[in-house]
Design a protein. Structure first.
Length: 249
């Protein structure tokens, strides 16, 4: 399923990237909060929305930044394969950087060669839901199945135990975070991102590189999508720029 590719998904996710944490709520099947790091930052260039999220939800093992303010964590959401992941892995290997790849069930089942390469080259696999369903809109039993069916599939087929979860499209609730914690997971959001998932409307590489460099901050969790040709093109230069600023990746 090519998630983020429909106009509806794109519109929702665009809002989530820029809106303050907790600004969106769905009231139909359940209550879902749409995460967004916002545009306001503190004196260290860290988005206030991300810091507010950390303060409120770290008790449930949920984070939008890493406590190590000298470090930037690069993460990729892997909803489907668009032909750029191998190039991304080549760049990460060349630059001696490891990343976290959040897999959906569809990706884990179809892209076995790439997933095995991620593991072999020292990257971490994260859980992005078996069907990319919004956890807070599910009954607890179904939400647990959404998490643990993928957890068990990856363990059985790749001999790998995942421990990090990313909520599909950033939709969460306090109950969903508690449930993920009860399943042994820490939930990882982000404090840096750009609109990179529209495959037919990719950002200009030079502009994307400037944006991602300008928003960099210590403790950043950077959200990227591997379907992006722009990300594949600029990743090496972005890594060099972040290191030149003194960050450990």
């Amino acid at each position: 399923m090519k998630y983020y590719n429909s106009l509806l998904s794109a519109a929702v996710c665009l809002v989530l990237l820029t809106a303050p944490a907790g600004c969106l709520e769905a009231s139909a099947a359940g209550s879902a909060i749409g995460y967004g790091q916002g545009t306001q930052v503190n004196e260290e260039n860290i988005p206030l929305g991300a810091l507010d999220f950390d303060a409120q939800f770290r008790q449930y093992g949920a984070y939008a930044t890493t406590p190590d303010r000298n470090r930037i964590i690069i993460t990729f959401d892997q909803g489907y394969e668009n032909g750029y992941t191998a190039q991304i892995l080549d760049t990460l290997k060349e630059k001696h950087v490891t990343a976290v790849f959040f897999l959906t069930g569809d990706y884990a089942k179809k892209e076995t060669e790439l997933v095995r390469r991620m593991i072999a080259e020292g990257h971490m696999l994260g859980n992005h839901g078996m069907t990319h369903a919004s956890l807070p809109l599910l009954e607890d039993a179904d939400a647990r199945k959404e998490l643990m069916s993928l957890h068990e599939y990856v363990m059985q087929n790749y001999d790998y135990t995942m421990q990090y979860f990313r909520c599909p499209c950033g939709e969460y609730s306090e109950q969903a975070l508690k449930l993920a914690q009860s399943c042994g997971y820490r939930t990882i959001f982000w404090s840096g991102a750009h609109v990179d998932w529209l495959t037919d409307k990719q950002p200009d590489p030079a502009q994307a590189l400037e944006k991602l460099t300008a928003q960099a901050h210590g403790g950043e969790i950077l959200l990227l999508h591997s379907v992006s040709s722009t990300n594949a093109q600029i990743l090496g230069e972005l890594i060099d720029r972040l290191r030149d600023r003194g960050y450990t990746l």
